[in-house]
Design a protein around this ligand. Structure first.
Ligand code: SF4
Length: 500
């Protein structure tokens, strides 16, 4: 029962507050015990912390997974995985032990006594359901069979190559560029948006190969930046810079920092989470310290951007690596996660992750991207409506500077906050966006301010009327432009019907 009293002339409720939709609780980080997996029963802590041991023991195929997991998983799981590799995967398998060890962590085991799920069906069910497994080790049965790909999914869905101004250098926004220095990573994510270029070819995807020698490509990138003083911000990426020999990366960064007009440099490395051992190597940290000192002297913000999607991935080793990088002089370590169904598509999952990073690992939550429209990604993608709902749901819990923005990377536009949509046909799942700048491929006669750009929701999330529309109009033979034009006509018709 509630009563009221007066405070400053206003009634004050004495009722006990109802529980919050999300209840914050500080959680200590946990490094799952790798010895619970049969293949690592004898691996020592010294081996585990050794980056060379981690790289040498990456899991690259179902047979190697079986060597680690043994009979914990059923034969049916291994068959499911192999079928996916043969028929669906856009990325080859590459899992450092550190990352595999965060799947079905011991803290998620059911009893307080840390009772492991029994080998076989029970453990396999837990493994199937695991959020890290769902995006790092996709299996055939994860994917949708009705619409495995959106009809307008494309290999280079963000058209980054179209906007290359030098090989590997995407100039999309007026003041910032993306430099893809190398096409490899220490780990391969199933949903990688650069699946066109990054990693080894799979039966489904023959990867694009960079033509130039790395040293020539890097010099061409620097040359463009020297000639283009309107660019002040460079994302140094790939791939993952953790796969570049440090001396080569340091040489590139030294030359980049000599360009007076560059004011922000962001190093992209998911390895901070997937292979934190890399960023804990003393020689690497010494190198980071040298580069960070130069950046500081020149007033340049040098940060590292990582890619963490689930709270269980933030382990004590990840926190140690993040804090070591900050101690070495980086201005910030920030996270750019990807929003995916079955991985982190609830407010609770996102907030748990953000608090683990911010409280325990000094990683600033920054962005969650909606998963891009690449082939075979429909089971991961969420609708714009759901993303807007999540953005609303996570507001107010974290400090403002650490409240991540959920963004849609709209083809030919770039990142837009999900509430920036211009208009949205929720029946057909088509959203319309505008931009306020030209990319490097737009000529001066294109009226960018009045042009609309589209993004599509996954079709299976639509109500039946919308799904029926796509069955009638979504033939992959139709071009993107035809579909957009048809959708815009439909939108105009529905607006005139509504307004008329
Ligand atoms: S780390 Fe980044 S670039 Fe590498 S596979 Fe994952 S998403 Fe792609």
């Amino acid at each position: 029962m509630s009563t009221t009293t007066e405070h400053a002339g206003r009634p004050v409720s004495q009722a006990r507050p109802a529980e919050q939709p999300y209840v914050y609780q500080q959680q200590a980080l946990v490094e799952p015990d790798w010895r619970r997996y049969p293949g690592w029963a004898d691996v020592t802590e010294e081996q585990w912390r050794d980056v060379q041991w981690q790289r040498a023991h990456c899991v690259k195929n179902a047979a190697q997974l079986r060597q680690v997991m043994g009979d914990l998983l059923t034969d049916a799981f291994y068959a499911d995985l192999e079928r996916d590799q043969a028929e669906r995967a856009t990325m080859s398998m590459l899992l450092p032990p550190q990352m595999l060890n965060t799947m079905v962590p011991d803290r998620s085991w059911p009893s307080a006594a840390q009772q492991a799920p029994a080998a076989g069906e029970e453990f396999t069910a837990a493994f199937y359901a695991d959020p890290v497994r769902r995006y790092m080790l996709p299996v055939f049965s994860d994917r949708r069979t009705d619409w495995p790909s959106h009809p307008y999914a494309t290999r280079d869905s963000l058209h980054e190559h179209d906007m290359w101004v030098a090989e590997g250098l995407t100039h999309r926004y007026p003041t910032k560029v993306l430099a893809e220095l190398l096409p490899t990573c220490p780990q391969y994510c199933g949903h990688c948006t650069r699946m066109d270029l990054v990693g080894n070819s799979t039966p489904q995807v023959t990867k694009l190969k960079m033509a130039g020698r790395p040293t020539d490509r890097h010099e061409a990138i620097l040359d463009y930046l020297r000639r283009t003083p309107t660019v002040r911000d460079v994302v140094v990426s790939g791939g993952d810079v953790a796969n570049m020999p440090w001396k080569n990366l340091e040489s590139f960064l030294d030359r980049l920092l000599q360009i007076d007009t560059i004011r922000d440099v962001r190093l992209a490395s998911k390895a901070l989470m997937g292979l934190p051992q890399h960023w804990l190597v003393p020689e690497t940290l010494d190198g980071v310290h040298r580069v960070a000192s130069t950046a500081r002297e020149r007033g340049v913000g040098l940060a590292l951007h990582t890619h963490v999607n689930a709270a269980q991935s933030v382990t004590p080793l990840v926190a140690e690596a993040s804090r070591a990088l900050l101690s070495a002089g980086l201005r910030d370590v920030r996270n750019q996660g990807v929003l995916m169904r079955g991985v982190n598509d609830s407010a609770e999952a996102l907030l748990d992750l953000c608090f683990a990073m911010a409280d325990e690992a000094s990683i600033t939550p920054y962005y969650f991207y909606m998963c891009d429209m690449i082939p075979f990604a429909e089971h991961w993608r969420v609708s714009l409506e759901h993303a807007q709902h999540l953005q609303h749901s996570i507001m107010g819990y974290l400090p403002g500077f650490a409240t991540p923005r959920i963004v849609c990377d709209v083809p030919f536009v770039g990142k837009r906050w999900v509430h920036q949509v211009d208009h949205y046909d929720t029946e057909r799942g088509i959203s319309y966006w505008r931009k306020n700048y030209r990319t490097s491929i737009e000529t001066e006669d294109v009226d960018v301010a009045s042009t609309e750009y589209v993004y599509y929701d996954p079709i299976d999330t639509l109500l039946e009327a919308g799904q029926a529309w796509w069955r009638a109009h979504g033939s992959p033979e139709r071009t993107h432009q035809e579909a957009t034009a048809a959708a815009q006509v439909s939108h105009a018709a529905s607006v005139s019907q509504r307004d008329g």
